[in-house]
Design a protein around this ligand. Sequence first.
Ligand code: SIN
Ligand code: MN
Length: 219
Amino acid sequence: MVLMKNYISSDDQASIVNICRDLGIGDGGFYQPGYDGGRKMNLQMMCLGKNWDPDTNMYTELRRSDNTKPPEIHPKFHDIVTKAIQDANDFIRVNGASSDEGRGLPSMSPDICIVNFYSEIGSLGLHQDKSESEESLKKGVPVVSFSIGDAADFSYGETRAVGKADKVILESGDVLIFGGESRLVYHAVTGIDPDTVPKSLREATGMRPGRLNLTFRKY
Ligand code: SIN
Ligand code: MN
């Protein structure tokens, strides 16, 4: 698991906000996902590439609730993801333990991006990302996560025990990568830290209070 602090440039953060806003208001854009029982998730979601269905935990080509097709992953996002994995691998090579030798992250060309928007009261319960193909999970093909806007309290751990989870704050511009042996790490967003968005980003984009998170995956 590699966390790269303040990795995405201010200009790129602003572009990502603007791209997500444009896509978010169109077909397949932001919605509040719910479960068949009626319960709703505590965030807004938009899927790119393939649609993730929270009820079945499966990917589909169309969104079941309104039959919309998810927008494509923007080329700019692909470039940042590719570079982030390379930089994470360079870091592992130089700083990793000797037992890490030869165990860099597999490369990844994403065909899925889940974009979450958390308002100041948004959150996401502890879970694993395991709806991707058996092959992808087995190989430990990484998930790459961008954080933009207000900071989040992020918990992660090896087990479902919330009390045992470690905590880290994810701030605007941070990139978190979990692959290899960490691919199935349990993780949660326990809260959003209000009014922590960089002032320059708020001014450049006029983004509403809250946090944007993009997770890129390979099915
Ligand atoms: C997710 O687990 O899908 C999103 C995590 C985050 O918002 O940082
Ligand atoms: Mn997740």
